[in-house]
Write a protein that binds this ligand. Sequence first.
Ligand code: SAM
Length: 307
Amino acid sequence: MRDGAKVVSRSRSSTGEQPNESPAGSKPAAGLYLVSTPIGNLDDISLRAIKLLRGADLIACEDTRVTGKLLSLLGIGGVPLASYHEHNAERARPALLARLRQGAAVALVSDAGTPLLSDPGYRLVAACLAEGLAVTSLPGASAALTALQLSGLPCDRFLFAGFLPAKEGPRRNTLAGLATVPASLVFYESPRRLAESLAEMSAVLGPRQAAVARELTKLYEEVRRGGLAELAAHYAEAGPPKGEVVVVVGPPAEAPPASPETVDEQLRRALAELSPRDAATTVAAATGLPRRQVYARAVALAKGRAE
Ligand code: SAM
């Protein structure tokens, strides 16, 4: 990895330059490497990730036992591990930054999947970028994207919402804030809270199609699809599922286009207080109709010429 104050990130260039974290089997260059690991199936580790983990000076991970087990399954030994997780991130970050400044190649992994998705990794990345330390990513498995792919729901636009708050009030508020987002929603959820969360999603987000993806890439992988209320009833009856789950909720139904009568009604109400110009601006914003078209109608209504 190239170093230097101006190098804040690097990737394969448009000219096809290869990343050189391990040219001809040598040690990776200094920098922070965000390394994705499997979410269940060991074969999902990439060749690039194996090479990098083997050559890193230090591997920062959420749980040293989990990562230690992965490394031993991959036949990688002798690389020191440092724990970096939600509860020690503030304390542990200065030491990782110091190693990076000294020229170490530091790999960051999570317990499973893509680091930074629902872990404190982004703060380490932000700190590196602020200091001009090089950062790059070795992409791979992610439970969020795998669940989205298998959900059967629109993938062209989605919002990753991570874990919902554990307490009911904040959880409902978070859901209310997402209710009008015109995109599929992806949540990580604990199996124990699944039925309750699905029922709350149904109450706050309204009737929508959804999918519960469980044990992705593992032996008992399962995706259950249906309406939110139907899925809530299923898990209330069946009890918490075994393993890990991701919930994907489809986007809200598109609002039907406003009818001309509705636009006229809105315009008449607005014209009682506003000029045709301001009434048109207000109603165009509310209906999404072109302002020019609404303005022409507002002028006609104001002159009493509209039928
Ligand atoms: N960094 C990971 C990723 O790339 O998806 C996610 C880590 S997050 C702390 C852990 C959550 O991811 C779990 O509670 C679950 O919601 C989801 N998850 C992880 N592995 C999974 C799997 N194999 N099947 C279903 N969900 C999984």
